[in-house]
Design a protein around this ligand. Structure first.
Ligand SMILES: *Cc1c(COP(=O)(O)O)cnc(C)c1O
Length: 456
């Protein structure tokens, strides 16, 4: 098909939407390491995991074999509210950069929660409802996950308790109110409502919280409340599975027009959007059918892939969760206060960690002022005001397109545009006022976090 036949936006028909999630673990020779019981250091059994998570989600978490997992009809119906999401050919950005590269992005921000997180929120809420539960608990940092989950829970009439990192609770009142609009209860973390919260407050008076701490509180609340389970918005195998809808739709759209990406780029917090976007392409690479250059992009201020270690670590501050083998900065690591936006979790998906350790993927870190420069450049030509998280991927996509300009190569670059940035205008304001700084942790800073790794 000739070049100019490719539309600015490719929308699949509803009938072309995926009916299955794709489980990349089925094609991995080296499977991701299992979650371990923090007490015995034995792999967590389904029964043990079932205390914290919904039954069906436990099955998905442990399923390393089934390649395709059917998406229940009720979830597909919900997806139709905001999917299929567009695959955009960034003609305007290409023009502005004067690059011979062809740039595409898959835009996941076209729903009220403003990010891809809704793809997994509806799935997790659905299985909780199916199990006959009353409600779910979770943590949220910047607020996108909590918003997505509260939307999904209100759709299914499920109670939703969100522990929101205290500094975000205070600095992002709008996110908080969106969650409450959808019926969620939102508690600033650390709080007095849990034992672990009270302990953290006693040990660190005045702390403004962290994701790891909010996770501990949400897990405690779930396991202590009859009819509740805990759900998590990233990192876990099941979340990557649900997010594969991003990649499967993208691949369907690209195949339709005979487009084959050379480079696939995504930002990496806990790894769910990146894992989802790359999964069907990674499957081809793992099966030896095609080759792609995958790039994970993380903040220089929270560099789990590029400066972390691959080891078993705690997933939370309170150490109540199972141990996961992942690239990690240590569960005590907290990014510097001037780090804006998300992508601040200390660890990384076990699936992506294994793929990275096996050399299937590259990782790069970028500094935040460079990220906001890319965000602004993108917004001015493509119209969408991107989330700071997504802008990490934009930064590297632009860098790669500029390399093509130097070499004359016509590479096809695909990146994930995970969300919009309307709730991040304080960060944009800092950038515009020249008050944004780049902080890169020193080796000393990182050493402190890594010393907290479990030893066994
Ligand atoms: C949560 C979030 C991310 C990072 O999470 P991953 O699990 O790594 O995908 C990226 N972009 C946006 C807009 C988010 O809300």
């Amino acid at each position: 098909m000739s070049e100019n036949k490719i539309p600015y936006k490719i929308y699949l028909e509803e009938s072309e939407m995926p009916k299955d999630w794709y489980n990349v673990r089925a094609d991995m020779k080296n499977k991701p390491a299992p979650l371990l019981n923090p007490g015995t250091h034995e792999p967590m059994t389904a029964e043990e995991l079932g205390v914290v998570f919904c039954e069906e989600l436990v099955k998905q978490e442990l399923d390393n074999d089934n390649r395709l997992i059917e998406i229940p009809k009720k979830i597909r119906d919900f997806y139709k509210m905001y999917r299929p999401s567009p695959l955009v050919r960034a003609y305007c950005l290409e023009e502005k950069l004067q690059t011979p590269a062809k740039i595409y992005y898959k835009f996941e921000g076209n729903n009220t929660s403003g990010s891809h997180k809704l793809n997994s929120a509806i799935a997790q809420a659905f299985y909780a409802k199916e199990q006959g539960l009353k409600g779910v608990t979770t943590e949220t940092g910047a607020g996108q996950w909590g918003t997505a989950l509260s939307m999904a829970c209100s759709y299914l009439e499920l109670d939703c308790k969100v522990y929101m990192v205290k500094c975000s609770y205070e600095q992002k009142p709008f996110r908080r109110e969106v969650m409450r609009t959808y019926g969620a209860s939102v508690t600033p973390s650390p709080s007095e409502t849990t034992e672990i919260g009270r302990k953290i407050l006693a040990d660190h008076p005045g702390t403004t919280g962290s994701l790891g701490c909010a996770i501990s509180e949400a897990v405690e609340a779930a396991t202590r409340t009859e009819g509740y389970r805990y759900v998590l918005g990233s990192v876990l195998n099941q979340v990557l599975l649900h997010q594969s809808i991003i990649g499967v739709e993208t691949k369907t759209a690209m195949d339709k027009y005979g487009i084959k990406p050379d480079i696939i780029i995504g930002c990496a917090g806990g790894g769910s959007n990146l894992g989802g976007l790359i999964s069907p392409f990674m499957g081809e690479k793992l099966r030896g059918e095609a080759d792609y250059h995958f790039i994970a992009v993380e903040p220089a201020s929270c560099p789990s892939f590029t400066r972390g270690v691959y080891a078993y670590d705690f997933c939370d501050t309170g150490m109540v969760c199972p141990l996961a083998k992942m690239y990690t900065l240590g569960s005590g690591f907290i990014p510097s206060a001037n780090h804006a936006g998300g992508l601040r979790y200390h660890g990384m998906s076990s699936v992506l960690s294994q793929l990275y350790a096996d050399g299937y993927m590259e990782a790069r870190s970028v500094e935040q002022t460079a990220v906001f420069e890319a965000a602004e450049q993108f917004a001015r030509v493509e119209g969408i005001l991107p989330a700071p998280e997504s802008s990490h991927a934009i930064r590297i996509a632009i860098d790669e397109a500029m390399k093509c300009k130097e070499t004359g190569e016509e590479k096809t670059i695909l990146f994930g545009l995970t969300g919009t940035g309307y709730f991040d205008m304080y960060a944009y304001e800092k950038f515009h006022n020249g008050e944004m700084s780049d902080y890169i942790p020193t080796d000393e800073d990182l050493k402190a976090g890594l010393e907290g790794l479990p030893k066994f």
